[in-house]
Design a protein around this ligand. Structure first.
Ligand code: ZN
Length: 218
């Protein structure tokens, strides 16, 4: 039950974000097991004033870069808003880039994103999550999706995304619905970062599928 003191001039969400940003530097990451990663998020509808939203987005970008990661969703810093950021300079060998469609993805902000599959093709690769540190698993995802929503300025997004960026979009949007990549993973593929580096750094997970005993899409 809210006491009158809770209903001050500013809504609690604004205060929460102000508090997070007050420390400066990268934001602390929330890890699996925290209910905020499972609750889903409320659509962004101006809850944060424009200047605060801009500062929050800057903090998400810094946190993602320092981690380092290629995407970060607001619940991963404990904020239940439908906002995520992506950026992938894709510093990978050519054969990996080709096999995984890992093309560079410039920094961008997704506000209220949703996706739906385009075509029936699926692509299965190892992926990880900053909220599940130390582990990766193979997830078969839609090879291409239609991404809709807005950017940080409220401009409409409606585009078809393929390759690795499609994977990032699905992973981050799932976070906003309280879904972790492990929910969709081939659980027998679960590999520690060390095992991955030692054994499964091939461009595709075919050898891992054979030796660990899980299925890949056709
Ligand atoms: Zn994640």
């Amino acid at each position: 039950m809210a006491s009158p003191a809770d209903r001050a001039d500013r809504p609690p969400l604004t205060e929460r974000v102000e508090e997070l940003l007050a420390a400066g530097g990268p934001l602390p990451l929330v890890e699996a097991g925290d209910p905020v990663l499972r609750r889903g998020t409320e659509p962004y509808d101006g809850q944060l004033p424009p200047a605060l939203l801009a500062r929050f987005v800057d903090a998400l970008r810094l946190t993602m870069r320092m981690a380092p990661g290629v995407g970060l969703a607001a619940p991963q810093v404990g904020v239940g808003l439908r906002i995520a950021v992506l950026e992938d300079p894709a510093p990978v060998p050519e054969e990996v880039a080709v096999a995984r469609g890992r093309v560079p993805q410039p920094f961008r902000v997704l506000v209220n994103p949703s996706y739906e599959p385009v075509g029936a093709e699926r692509a299965a690769f190892f992926e990880g999550c900053l909220s599940v540190p130390g582990w990766q698993a193979v997830v078969a995802r839609h090879a291409a999706v239609r991404l809709t929503g807005q950017d940080e300025y409220g401009r409409t997004l409606d585009e078809v995304v393929g390759g690795w960026p499609a994977r990032i979009v699905q992973h981050e949007t799932d976070h906003l619905d309280g879904v972790l990549y492990l929910d969709r993973a081939e659980i027998r593929s679960l590999s520690s970062s060390r095992a991955l580096a030692e054994r499964w750094n091939a461009p595709t997970p075919h050898a891992a599928a054979r030796e660990l005993g899980f299925e890949l899409p056709e």
